[in-house]
Write a protein that binds this ligand. Structure first.
Ligand code: NAI
Length: 484
């Protein structure tokens, strides 16, 4: 029997996990459960990553974690255990499926517009690296990582999943019109992977336009893949389309370890009252079972859930307010009593199991994800992030004193807007400039040359950060300042 790790979580976590496992046990799901210690009380015991070493070992050896929501202690400088788990185990794809559920009234269900959207969100990179610094008293900087291999992993997963799901369309949501390098890379990889899937209609939509289209015609979308932050926002938007967070399941898929959980949090306002809605966690459990090839049990229980919802039974957070709501335990009991019943709308076909054992292998080294270098890389300059509250002309004058035969000062920008050599006195300034030095005639320079320039500039400025300007062949690997 396949064993999985289970962490009940905080707040409503234990209540909804108990309800889900009661339903699983009643359906005789052939899984064994190893309960692990993760969450707030583990933080409080002094484990700074929110899990005990035993929990980590169990999860790494079983490969599947089914988890309830977990609270991140506020203001203690600790990072979210949910994010730590996703990142540590490289669950690079976050799959969230949003479907019309009959019995859960929404604007769209009332209008007869069916929804079946799967959002695949990149789960590791982007601003979620949390690499942030104050450059000056006034200026905070967050680094946004988008990588080719990371994008490749999640986008390939999205295409594979779309094909298996029988989707017709796969859409990349992005903001490559503004973030030409980061989102541009994600979009480039999307179309590169698309070439291997000619059976799927691949297209892209700018994320703001995507939000507008999702709330007006959600039925036009099938699978949507996005970077981390944009995916986070768009998937909550989609949760709203189908009735809210109580109906939003989530699967964090990796090559070795996968994590299944509800999208919602610990709901501290209703914790301990046995009134929480277990549907989102139950739907996440069905995704887990299907991931393990237990399709028959998943379909049977999902039909019982859909039947229950159709028959108007509900917990307090949704449904007809004129009919009494059920508590968490009774809602689970009703679902069990509906085993074997077929919903009128979208019944799930009962497909034979094809048991898949999680691929677990011990890794003795961290895998290095690296794509082949196709062009010769060289350094052609440097962006110096300096602190100054002087006017752009004065900053330029000082910088120009320190350029040598090797470097020319090309542009100075403030918050990404060029303020020298051209600019407008209407541009508001903050006390941090980015001074771009490029090599004369674009000849390659060395890191030592840059260090020399750095040293000279320190005579006039505090340098808060630097960024090398790379070129691959003739192609500049950095963005231009606004107005440059
Ligand atoms: P939340 O999702 O816990 O609650 C938002 C609202 O939705 C509340 O009114 C709550 O009562 C309601 N709600 C959520 N789930 C429900 C359910 N199953 N049934 C009925 N009502 C439900 O979001 P909030 O308040 O922002 O976060 C609370 C805590 O949860 C925080 O510590 C946060 O860090 C954590 N959190 C954990 C997540 C995870 O473990 N994956 C995800 C999101 C938040």
């Amino acid at each position: 029997m396949t064993k999985i790790a289970v962490a009940k979580g905080d707040g409503i976590g234990p209540e909804i996990m108990d309800a889900v496992l009661t339903i699983f046990n009643a359906a005789k799901v052939p899984l064994g459960y190893e309960f692990v210690d993760m969450g707030k009380w583990v933080f409080d015991k002094g484990y700074s990553n929110g899990m005990t070493p035993e929990a980590q070992q169990t999860i790494e050896s079983l490969g599947i974690l089914f988890k309830g929501p977990m609270e991140t202690p506020k203001g203690k400088g600790v990072k979210s255990v949910n994010v730590t788990a996703r990142k540590t185990w490289n669950t690079y794809a976050n799959n969230r499926t949003f479907q019309t559920l009959h019995g859960v009234d929404t604007v769209f269900s009332k209008a007869g517009i069916p929804i079946d959207i799967t959002i695949v969100r990149e789960n590791i990179e982007d601003t979620y690296g949390g690499v942030e610094h104050m450059l000056t008293q006034d200026v905070a900087l967050s680094r946004r990582f988008i990588t080719r291999p990371g994008s490749m992993q999640v986008i390939r997963y999205a295409f594979e999943m779309a094909r298996k799901k029988g989707a017709r369309r796969i859409t990349c949501g992005h903001k490559a019109n503004i973030m030409k390098i980061t989102d541009g890379l994600f979009l480039e990889v999307f179309y590169e992977v698309a070439k291997d899937y000619p059976d799927l209609k691949a297209d892209d939509v700018i994320v703001d336009d995507l939000c507008m289209k999702l709330v007006s015609r959600p039925d036009l979308f099938d699978v949507v893949v996005l970077t981390n932050l944009q995916g986070d926002i768009v998937s909550d938007l989609c949760a709203g389309l189908v009735g809210g967070l109580g109906f939003a399941p989530s699967a964090n898929i990796g090559d070795h370890i996968s994590i299944f959980e509800a999208v919602h949090g610990t709901a501290p306002d209703i914790a301990g009252k046995n009134i929480a809605n277990p549907t989102a966690l139950l739907l996440s459990g069905f995704a887990l079972l299907r991931h393990l090839g237990l399709r028959e049990e998943a379909a049977m229980m999902e039909n019982a859930l859909l039947y229950t919802l159709e028959s108007g039974q509900h917990t307090g957070d949704f449904g007809d307010k004129s009919t009494p709501s059920l508590n968490t335990t009774d809602f689970a009991r009703v679902i069990i009593s509906n085993f074997g019943k077929q919903p009128v709308h979208n019944p799930k076909p009962i497909i034979a199991n094809q048991e898949v054992t999680p691929t677990i292998f011990k890794l003795s080294r961290n895998p290095m994800l690296e794509s082949k270098e196709t062009e010769h890389a060289h350094i052609v300059g440097v962006d110096m992030f300096i602190e100054s509250n002087e006017q752009p002309g004065i900053v330029a004058e000082k910088c120009l004193q320190h350029t040598s035969d090797l470097f020319k000062l090309v542009t100075i920008s403030n918050r990404g807007t060029q303020v020298w050599p051209k600019g407008s006195s209407f541009t508001n300034l903050v006390n941090q400039y980015t001074c771009r030095f490029e090599s004369v005639a674009n000849e390659p320079v060395t890191q030592t040359d840059i260090l020399e320039l750095y040293k000279r500039l320190t005579r006039d400025f505090k340098i808060c950060s630097t960024e090398l300007l790379n070129a691959w062949g003739d192609k500049k690997a950095y963005s231009l300042a606004q107005g440059q």
